[in-house]
Design a protein around this ligand. Structure first.
Ligand code: ADP
Ligand code: MG
Ligand code: MG
Length: 199
């Protein structure tokens, strides 16, 4: 069973990873975006870390909902509302249980990813975070490590794609040949999940 501590460890590991990788995320957002993805993610996850310390939400669902709300309120870029929606909806799906199963987490994240799709309108292959999130949730049924590997693979596979959503889509064919920054940060979030699980 996954308890509140597990979810706190996930968010803390995500914040640490985003801190470590902020420069790389911003560098990826430079040729096909506006060079702010690293700083957006850093601002968002620092705010998440702070709110989890001050509000001390006690259940898995509450932790994800508080984190999601904070991402929406602290990040100006597209990624804030998108990741915020992912966590808010996943948290809502978990309800107020003190502990949840891996299957429940998988289902909740599937619901969250569907909400991201509804909000942003991106389909797999559009060169967005969806390209890492969808295969990661699919592989979550196997293990956290498998989900992390699938997210990495999905992020790498965005490189040859032409962007059809978000800022990178304004570049048309010139978006080809660059890895999507949001798919890359999604892979970091799933690596942090595997880390929280000790995998
Ligand atoms: P902004 O583009 O507003 O500067 P960020 O740089 O923080 O925001 O985030 C950019 C990332 O957001 C992209 O790399 C992409 O993965 C993701 N993204 C942008 N638009 C969408 C969308 N409509 N659906 C899904 N993901 C999107
Ligand atoms: Mg950007
Ligand atoms: Mg921006």
């Amino acid at each position: 069973m996954l308890d509140a501590d597990f979810f706190r460890r996930w968010m803390t590991a995500a914040a640490a990873s985003v801190d470590r990788e902020a420069e790389r995320l911003t560098a990826l957002d430079s040729p096909i975006g506006d060079a702010d993805h690293g700083s957006n993610m850093q601002r968002g996850f620092r705010a998440v870390r702070t709110v989890l310390e001050t509000e001390e939400p006690a259940t898995p669902g509450a932790i994800l909902q508080v984190a999601g709300r904070r991402l929406i309120s602290s990040v100006g870029g597209a990624s804030g509302p998108l990741y915020g929606t992912l966590f808010r909806r996943a948290g809502k799906a978990l309800g107020d249980a003190a502990e949840v199963t891996e299957e429940q987490l998988t289902e909740a994240l599937r619901t969250g990813v569907e909400a991201v799709t509804a909000l942003g309108g991106a389909a797999p292959g559009d060169k967005t975070m969806i390209d890492a999130l969808v295969p990661a949730v699919e592989a979550l049924g196997t293990s956290f490590a498998a989900a992390s590997a699938a997210a990495d693979k999905g992020a790498a596979a965005t490189t040859p794609l032409q962007a059809r959503k978000g800022r990178a889509s304004y570049l048309g064919e010139r978006s080809i040949g660059h890895q999507d920054p949001g798919a890359t940060s999604s892979a970091l979030l799933f690596a942090a999940l595997a880390e929280a699980a000790g995998e």
